[in-house]
Structure formats: structure tokens, C-alpha cells
Design a protein around this ligand. Structure first.
Ligand code: AR6
Length: 525
């Protein structure tokens, strides 16, 4: 698609620098006969050389690109100030309406919510923005600073969209092995637009809707109130984190970039796990510490939803959502990343951390500013790699299904595509910082998931640093079984086969116990 178009020289240079591997066939025509890996494409959309765009903005209003609010084809039939639409009224360019309202004085919370409704008139009755009003009127201490500086600054940033995006933003569609690099300022501009809910066609999330296979991006769901408390504490913490991010980038514009790479495992790349003779790779298990605090220099796992970011723009507040709030640039992935398929992962390189937090889930709280000192690579990306892999969800009554061979295979493949080496990496071959992936909200068994990840990492040739998130007992037992298996020279294939055979014993004993019995005897077949 993109490759047929003439590219600007700066894009070519960047793409060459980053695309170390070019594959010959295309994801979109990856038929049964053509099982090779899909071609890798990298769109470097940030203008490193100068800040003034060379060309007039190039508009795309097709299923391949993000529909931008500033597109001339983004129209509305009536101005939100009027009572009701009538068919003989002319259509407005919606961007003009957005511009007028964002430039106009926004003096208080009520003005702000009226602005959002002005260019989203059909959501006036459907959106509840009372949480945002509560946040601004009741929770925030220094409201004048917000309305005098931060919110107008965010509005200016949002309105820079046509200048910052002379080229359209492609979607990272299912099945396409492709990457997008954006500057940190482009990201903040997109996130300011998300805050002001300007993205068109993204508010209808019902099945069959145009963007139903994409995560939501407009922040309206974050602004929903709670009848009892005005605003739930999770959303309070999230809004603190996001306003801290906007405050920081407004006071000092960041100069780096971030890459988002959708990785696809083609059928020809899937190992035949049961016959792998590789030994199990290195693994260190820690009961204390977290992926984000102690995984510096490693590939850090995001325990993701197939809709990347999961419930970050709503109530959800576990590992993925928290990560997206403390590293808010990750949020922009929701704009262009279609839901992940079982053999896909999303690698995000360079996102900066802006906040601290305490607690988890219902006890989550924003805990102040964080200054990220991670060094940058040659492209200005922080040397932080985060990979989103979505585990399977097992409902409480049916959690046993996770021990079925096809489910284990699905999870090993998912971890493998996440841990595989990437054309866009800045930490080639680094270890994996992970933990109880799929074992919280998604109800998985950490005994199984730890070993599934060990199998994938061993073949990807990466060591594992496994955080049990305070669970001393799990840490001790995982170390024991790992030592037993490595002491016995158990191979990846042997462990994989054993896991798939556990099904028959699932009601008698746990997986670690099963493996101990199996591999304690001399017959480690
Ligand atoms: N570092 C290390 N381990 C952690 C950390 C951390 N920072 N945070 C949590 N854990 P969960 P899932 C451990 O429930 O089950 C989201 O909504 C802790 O033991 O976040 O894969 C996504 O969007 C915790 O119980 O991941 C998905 O919709 C466990 O990791 C869904 O949740 C699992 O964390 C994914 O659920």
C-alpha cells in the first residue's frame, strides 16, 4: 500500500536505518500458498530535519488510514449551538467548529464539557461527563493554573494537528507486520485531541461499527461520573497522571520519538514446540520488585488486552492500565492498532515514564512526578521496550480449559511473537522482564504461565527475569521446579510435551508437582 507511493527522502533514510529486514511477500496477500512472513513496513512520520512541513497536508479518508479530525472530509451537519439538525442545512467542516471552540475561552469545567459536546452534538445525551466536572471542581486543588495554562496549552497542541501531520497515519491492521514512529510532540498533539474527543468515527464501539475492531481513543469514557462518589478513585488517579503528563510536556517540549511495531508470527515461523531440543534458558525469579521499576534495559511485558490498553480509558486499573497512565505515550497506540490476533504482539519502543503510583486495582493512586533518566538511542527513543501480549481470558467456572493442549499452544505462540527479535528494537536480545501474565484479571494459573513464558523465551534466546509480585511461595516453588528441570537437562520440547499432558492429572495435583514427579525419575522423556 504505502510502498507504492513516492516517499519523501527523509522517510526513506529513516526507513532504511530501521528496516534491517525486508521480507518479500505482503501480509495482505498471505494466502495458504504463501506462508512466508509478511513484509515489514515502517512509517517514520516524524519530521526530524525541520519543523515546517514541506508539502500541504495530504489527506486520506480510507479504511487504511486514521481519519483525522482536521480532514476536510470530516464534516457535521449542524453547529452544536443550534437546537436540532435539519437536512437542508449546509455541512460544516468540523475542524472549523473544533478550532472555534478550542480557541474560545474555556474558563471552567462547564465550559470545557460544553466544548466537547459542541462538535459531538449527537452524544450530548449519551455521554456522561460529570466525572470530569467533579474532578475539576472538587478534586483539583489549583484550578486556575489548569484553566489559565494547561488546558489552553493542550488546546493549542491539539490544533497543531494539520502542521504536525503533513502525512496521514496508517492503521496497524490485523496481519500486517508494520511499524509507525512518531515524535513525542506528535504524540502529545494526538493525545490532546483524544482528551478533547475530536477523533471522528471513533465513538460508536458497537459490533459492526466502522472502528469496532479498534480500541476507543476519545477520552469521554474517562470523564464518566460515579453517582455515589462523584468520580471513582481509579479515574481520579488516571486524570492526575494525564494532567501531569500534559503539564510536563507543555513546560518542556520533549524532543524524542516512539515506535509502535505490530509483530506477526507467520505459520512458517511457528516452531514445532514438542520437538525442540534446546535447553531451557536462564531464568531469575524475584518475589519483590516490578517490571517497570526493575526491568530497565529489558523487554518489559505488558499484560495486555487484545484491544491494546484494555480499560485504561474507563475503570480498569491493573498492570496494563497503570503502565499506560505512567507512560502515557503508550495510549496513542489505541488510535491506530487494530485488535490483536492470537499470533500477534505490539512492541512499543521509547515511551517515557512521567509518573509514579502506589497501590493496585481499587487502591491505585497517582503518587507524583517521575523523571525518566533512561538513555536514548540514535532516534531519540528512550531505551525502554514494552511488549503488549494478550493472554486468554478464562472465566472462573471454566479456568480448567487453560490446560488444554490447544490453549497452551496458543499462549506459547503469543509469548513467542512477543519475545521474538524485532527489526525496530533498540535492545536487541535483551532479557524479558515479566511475571504473572494472564493470571490476574484473566484468571490464568501462574504455574502454567511462568513455564509457557520460559519455553518461548528459551527459543527466542532471551533470559527471563520473573517477578511474582510479592508472592514468596510462588517464587520459591518456581525456583525449585526450574532448578530441578535444568539440573536434569530437560529440553524445551520435553517441557512443552509435559505441559500438554498435564490435562489428565489436573484434578489430582498442580503443575509444578506434576513436573516434579515426571522429571524426578530418570525417564525424562
Ligand atoms: N510488575 C510485575 N507483576 C505485576 C505488576 C507489575 N507492575 N502488576 C501486576 N503484576 P493483570 P492479566 C502481576 O491482572 O491477568 C487488563 O485490564 C500481579 O500478580 O493486569 O493478563 C488488561 O487490559 C497480577 O495479578 O493481567 C487485560 O484486559 C498479575 O501480574 C487484562 O487486565 C496479572 O496482572 C489482563 O489481565
Amino acid at each position: 500500500v504505502e510502498q507504492d507511493k513516492p516517499r519523501k527522502p527523509r522517510m526513506l533514510t529513516m526507513a532504511r536505518m530501521l528496516a534491517k529486514r525486508q521480507k518479500s511477500d505482503d501480509a495482505s496477500c498471505n494466502t495458504e500458498e504463501q506462508l512466508g512472513p509478511p513484509v515489514f513496513k515502517h512509517w517514520v512520520l516524524c519530521n526530524f530535519s525541520d519543523s515546517t512541513p514541506i508539502d500541504p497536508p495530504q489527506d486520506e479518508w480510507t479504511p487504511l488510514y486514521v481519519k483525522l479530525p482536521c480532514s476536510p472530509r470530516n464534516t457535521m451537519q449542524w453547529d452544536g449551538d443550534q437546537q436540532a439538525p435539519s437536512h437542508d442545512q449546509p455541512r460544516f467542516a468540523k475542524w472549523d467548529v473544533i478550532r472555534t471552540h478550542l480557541q474560545g475561552p474555556i474558563r471552567d469545567a462547564n465550559d470545557l464539557t460544553q466544548v466537547l459536546y459542541a462538535y459531538n452534538p449527537s452524544f450530548r445525551r449519551r455521554w456522561d461527563l460529570s466525572g470530569l466536572e467533579y474532578y475539576l471542581n472538587v478534586v483539583v486543588g489549583d484550578v486556575p493554573a489548569l484553566f489559565e495554562k494547561i488546558i489552553p496549552g493542550m488546546a493549542d497542541l491539539a490544533l497543531r494537528l494539520p502542521q504536525l501531520f503533513p502525512e496521514p497515519i496508517p492503521f496497524l491492521r490485523k496481519g500486517s507486520n508494520s511499524a509507525i514512529t512518531l515524535s513525542q510532540m506528535q504524540i502529545v498533539c494526538l493525545l490532546a485531541n483524544a482528551f478533547f474527543c475530536t477523533f471522528p468515527r471513533r465513538n460508536d464501539t458497537r459490533r459492526g461499527a466502522e472502528h469496532a475492531t479498534f480500541p476507543s481513543i476519545n477520552f469521554n469514557s474517562l470523564f464518566t461520573g460515579s453517582k455515589r462518589k462523584g468520580l471513582d478513585m481509579n479515574r481520579v488517579g488516571k486524570l492526575h497522571g494525564l494532567f501531569n503528563y500534559f503539564r510536563r510536556v507543555l513546560s518542556q517540549n520533549p524532543t524524542g520519538s516512539v515506535t509502535f511495531h505490530r509483530r506477526v508470527l507467520s505459520p512458517s515461523e511457528i516452531p514445532d514446540w514438542s520437538t525442540m531440543t534446546e535447553p531451557l534458558g536462564p531464568m531469575e525469579v524475584r518475589s519483590q520488585g516490578t517490571i517497570e521499576d526493575d526491568g530497565e534495559g529489558m523487554l518489559q511485558v505488558d499484560f495486555a488486552n487484545k484491544f491494546i490498553g484494555g480499560g485504561v480509558l474507563g475503570y480498569g486499573c491493573v498492570q496494563e492500565e497503570i503502565r499506560f497512565i505512567i507512560n502515557p505515550e503508550l495510549l496513542v497506540s489505541r488510535l491506530f492498532t487494530e485488535e490483536m490476533l492470537p499470533h500477534e504482539a505490539v512492541l512499543m519502543i521509547g515511551a517515557e515514564r512521567f509518573s509514579n503510583y502506589t497501590g493496585y486495582g481499587d487502591t491505585f493512586e497517582w503518587a507524583g512526578n517521575y523523571v525518566d533518566k533512561t538513555e536514548r538511542d540514535g532516534l531519540g527513543r528512550r531505551k525502554t521496550e514494552i511488549v503488549a501480549i494478550d493472554a486468554m481470558y478464562f472465566p472462573p467456572g471454566r479456568a480448567e480449559n487453560q490446560y488444554r493442549a490447544e490453549m497452551i499452544l496458543r499462549e506459547v505462540n503469543k509469548a513467542f511473537v512477543g519475545f521474538g527479535h524485532s527489526e525496530t528494537s533498540c535492545l536487541e536480545g535483551a532479557g524479558v522482564a515479566t511475571g504473572n501474565w494472564g493470571c490476574g484479571a484473566f484468571n490464568g494459573d501462574p504455574e502454567l504461565k511462568s513455564l509457557v513464558q520460559l519455553i518461548a523465551a528459551s527459543v527466542a534466546k532471551r533470559p527471563i527475569l520473573y517477578f511474582t509480585f510479592g508472592d514468596e511461595d510462588l517464587a520459591r516453588r518456581l525456583r525449585d521446579v526450574y532448578e530441578l528441570m535444568t539440573g536434569r537437562g530437560v529440553s524445551v520440547g520435553q517441557l512443552f510435551r509435559a505441559l500438554t499432558e498435564y490435562w489428565a492429572c489436573r484434578r489430582q495435583m498442580g503443575i509444578f508437582e506434576f513436573l516434579k514427579r515426571r522429571f524426578s525419575s530418570d525417564a525424562t522423556t
